[in-house]
Write a protein that binds this ligand. Structure first.
Ligand SMILES: NC(=O)c1ccc[n+]([C@@H]2O[C@H](COP(=O)([O-])OP(=O)(O)OC[C@H]3O[C@@H](n4cnc5c(N)ncnc54)[C@H](OP(=O)(O)O)[C@@H]3O)[C@@H](O)[C@H]2O)c1
Length: 336
């Protein structure tokens, strides 16, 4: 089978199309014939050598796929061979075949093609894990999403508005991106390049602040975000692109019972990811099928042109998801 290999940590030119044997199946796994694969920010970080895969995971890039189950380990009861699925994978998505724990597979939402389905797992798992599970966003609470037009950002805005009735505020880096945040349900969007997001949020919330913040920037943002929280509020970090170190007002954490937490999804065991998969299929998949929650595809790129796909993320031009077409014939045939 064909797959993308990274020659050495570095720029997009380090990714090459190579021939390799199909991955072996471990107990509990299925082999997916990949139609399309999502491109995510952690792939870019891994390619640069900044986000090494956990020891048990495939070193091949790619965290989510959609395709058809080709075969299964003996102990797998669902999904059987021939089932169209989308899946959160532990690496190995940039390839014609990918081994994945069966519990991380999900049916394709009604009416979705393989490209749309491949855009879902990584961003919806991440949004669910951090907004609902760690952030404990409750009915009617408010949420600030930093980087609202990222794949994770658009998923978080919609989960919060559609499932928790939340008022969601989002930041984004241009007027066009702010318009997209509003279109996906944000009550207000702030261009962080031209406005002070803290001052604007204080104004928007009449000084109360927000209940939960979802942030991938950290560094100098962290103390500002803690200061923006209402009493008992939570800041959830999903990355630290602006810096690993932050000086924070701990007295304020004590006085107002604030929580600063964070997570990465990839090292979590299949059983944990399986719980998220079941919650998504139950609560989010029906809303994707009836259009109340939408995915947004920024671009599709053939597998062999993966460098162009990473270039889009590095230029920060994408709004929503970039998806690799791995098997054009399967994409055209659709999940049926
Ligand atoms: N912890 C986990 O399990 C996990 C899993 C997947 C992804 N992530 C993280 O989640 C985030 C989104 O991932 P993705 O794949 O959906 O990425 P993406 O589409 O590449 O988005 C990155 C986002 O960061 C925003 N951004 C950049 N500088 C910013 C700033 N100074 N203030 C506010 N926003 C800023 C960008 O906004 P503009 O373009 O508007 O500037 C862009 O929307 C990334 O930080 C990624 O590392 C974490």
């Amino acid at each position: 089978m064909k797959r993308i290999e990274v020659l050495q940590a570095g720029g997009p030119e380090q990714m090459v199309l190579a021939e390799a044997p199909e991955p072996a199946l471990r107990p509990g796994e299925v082999l997916v014939r990949v139609a399309a694969a999502g491109v995510n920010r952690p792939d870019v970080q891994q390619r640069r050598g900044l986000y090494p895969p956990p020891p048990e995971a495939s070193p091949i890039l790619g965290l989510d796929v959609a395709g058809v189950v080709a075969r299964t380990a003996d102990d797998v009861t669902w999904p059987p061979p021939g089932t169209p699925v989308c899946a959160l994978v532990n690496g190995g998505g940039y390839a014609e075949s990918c081994a994945v724990p069966a519990v991380q597979c999900m049916p394709i939402p009604n009416g979705f093609g393989f490209v749309e389905a491949a855009s879902l797992p990584e961003v919806f798992f991440t949004a669910w894990n951090n907004v609902i599970m760690l952030g404990r966003l409750a009915e009617g609470e408010s949420l600030l999403v930093q980087g609202g037009t990222s794949g994770v950002g658009l998923a978080a805005i919609q989960i919060a508005t559609q499932l928790r009735g939340s008022t969601v505020y989002a930041t984004a880096g241009s007027a066009e991106k702010c318009r997209v945040c509003l279109d996906y349900g944000a009550a207000a969007a702030i261009d962080y390049r031209t406005e002070d997001f803290c001052a604007r949020l204080r104004e928007l919330t009449q000084g109360r602040g927000v209940d939960v913040v979802l942030d991938g920037q950290a560094g100098p943002y962290t103390d500002k975000e803690l200061g923006l929280l209402a009493p008992d509020g939570r800041v959830v970090l999903i990355a630290s692109h602006l810096g690993a170190m932050a000086e924070v007002n701990v007295r304020d954490i004590v006085r107002r019972r604030l929580t600063l937490t964070g997570s990465t999804l990839r090292p979590r065991p299949p059983a944990y990811k399986g719980r998220i998969a079941r919650a998504l299929v139950e609560e989010v998949w029906p809303l994707l099928a009836d259009g109340r929650i939408r995915t947004r595809i920024h671009a599709t790129v053939p597998l062999a042109e993966v460098a162009a796909a990473h270039g889009m993320l590095e230029a920060g031009e994408q709004i929503g998801k970039v998806v690799l077409i791995v098997d054009p014939a399967l994409v055209t045939a659709g999940p049926g």
